[in-house]
Design a protein around this ligand. Sequence first.
Ligand SMILES: Nc1ncnc2c1ncn2[C@@H]1O[C@H](COP(=O)(O)OP(=O)(O)OP(=O)(O)O)[C@@H](O)[C@H]1O
Ligand SMILES: Cc1cn([C@H]2C[C@H](O)[C@@H](COP(=O)(O)O)O2)c(=O)[nH]c1=O
Length: 659
Amino acid sequence: MSACSLGDWLNILALTALAGNLMAQGDFRAQSLAVGGVFIAKMLPAIILGPVAGAFADRFDRRVTMVVADLTRFLLVVSIPAVVWVASNDVAYRWIIIATVLVECVNLFWVPAKDATVPNLVPPQRLEQANQLNLLVTYGTAPLAAALFAALSVVVSLFGADVWLSSAWALLVNAGAYLVSAFLVFTLKDIPRRRGEISTPSVFKQIIEGWRFVGGNRLIRGLVIGMLGTFAAGGAVIGVAKPYVTALQGGDAAYGVVFGAVFVGMALGMFFGLRLLGELSRRRLFGLAIVVAGLVLIAIALIHNLVIVVMLTVLLGACAGIAWIIGYTLIGLEVDDSLRGRTFSFLQSTARVVLLLVVAVAGPLAALFGSHRLEVASLVYVFDGTNLVLVVGGALATIVGVVGLRHMDDRAGIPFTSDLLAAVRGERYGSEPLEHVPGLFIAFEGGEGSGKTTQSRMVAIWLRDQGYDVVQTREPGSTKVGMRLRAILLDAAEKGLSARSEALLYAADRAEHVEKVIRPALHRGAVVVTDRYVDSSLAYQGAGRALDPEDVSKVNAWATGGLVPHLTVLIDTPPEIGLRRLGGAADRIESEPVEFHERVRKEFRALAAAAPERYLVVDGTLGLDEITRVVQDRVREILPDPVPQTSEDITGTMPAIRD
Ligand SMILES: Nc1ncnc2c1ncn2[C@@H]1O[C@H](COP(=O)(O)OP(=O)(O)OP(=O)(O)O)[C@@H](O)[C@H]1O
Ligand SMILES: Cc1cn([C@H]2C[C@H](O)[C@@H](COP(=O)(O)O)O2)c(=O)[nH]c1=O
């Protein structure tokens, strides 16, 4: 696979460079069309013949299929420099196109045979690693091929030989790689002889099936829009890269360097980009990467300096790498196992169609636009069709990044910049700035039997009486999943639960609670009153169970997306009084020794003392009514106007009132 991938990348570089060079005598349009033609020839067979070739591939012995395919590809690739050597430019170009189509047809047999063989050679538990390796050799060989191609071009020009010879040598190396592959596959006796089931459903069937699923899921819709947008932008670059580099006075070596820069950037983005902004929500980072890629592409189009272009191309590749790895990982994590395969194949099929369409349009569009000179005094600025295509591609990627993000944002309502700045400082999800949320968030905290449930109920009734939309809720157990978690967490018979599992289960309940109940209510403007929130974990798991408070805090910041209440009412009651108030059998936590509950109380008080502006501490031994009054007095201070501003605006401008 490594040999073939290296050969395939060299093939792309050599053929596009060769096509451009053959038309070098022609104008800019002829070059753009010639290079575009090679890309169309490369992609068309997969779209038209994919299903047919897949059906044929099912019937043959896979080892024989691959060996025959490798030998055929070897002969076809070797024939290209031979024909270019003897024939006229026109005939040579035609043969390049025909040979490319034929090589791609052969690939349609080789690829499914190879894909179906891998599971035969690798044990199931290592299949995922095998697939990672597959990705690594498929894309990792691209910069290697680019470096090799650039080196060949330099050597050829040092010897003063004809420029097309660098492509010819690259094609010979490419053909040699196929020969090596044929030999290696031939020696792989482990490949089973009997034919297996290689499923290659029609590209169009996959697309239709995929659309059904993608259309119904917001996250996947966002991911797919984003990833296809990246492909479209990439297609624009591929379609015009050769004439673009030529217009910047770059030769084949420069073309190889620009091509390689994309992949070097991709590798950097995949491995280091995620660490750089690792604290930003993955979905936001995905959208950001695409938007930045779009803007960089526009800069590449407008700046006519090869060195700067190469540097920007590395950045472009890095953004694409980040988007690609996040997209793949999110699909892997968020799409159900039964649908994951189809989602991936849908993405690949659609990506191919998009790539083909864009590459097909890019060359002719560039050619149609031609080249224009803008002269201001002694300054001359040339803007040609390749620049136009890159600007359009960049604008498209930027729009798609924004649209994709809107579909999948998991931090809606939180300003992007505050998240980004927090991530740059290396902070995990800054606190959600609640001034941007229309609702009001109040939490009640305290030890066992302190009166939280009673008081939160009282305040909810009081607020409803005043016309507020109130959501009264509690932790753990306010969602479907939460109810199950509550049963596990409080079951006195559940003896062996470790402290860390306990902390994670409370955090899981909270994550579900925030996403399904609290955040939607706050965003529609409701007052949310919760009986327990993050402080309970800090007190019970942090102080009670003696877990690292920093760890408990981080897990909960992640679970809640940093959502902090406007006000926390701490009903401070000595544990012996609170525990005495409770009737019935003690649950798993209530039955902890009194020292545990003392530590919990101490931590609650410490948390309140650290941020007095966000806390109200009430003595829980006071009478019920008195506590209610103290709470109401404090809550009244932060209550929003019960009549929404929008309604007031409407009322204020009613013609009936003016009349
Ligand atoms: N200030 C108070 N004085 C006397 N009894 C009270 C007071 N507040 C609550 N109670 C009583 O104590 C019992 C426990 O109250 P409540 O359920 O509100 O406490 P809690 O903090 O929610 O308990 P838990 O820790 O189980 O969630 C109830 O019977 C309630 O009527
Ligand atoms: C949210 C939360 C709760 N706990 C403990 C505290 C109580 O013992 C129970 C909840 O029971 P309640 O009658 O509903 O108050 O769970 C905890 O240890 N950690 C938490 O984060």
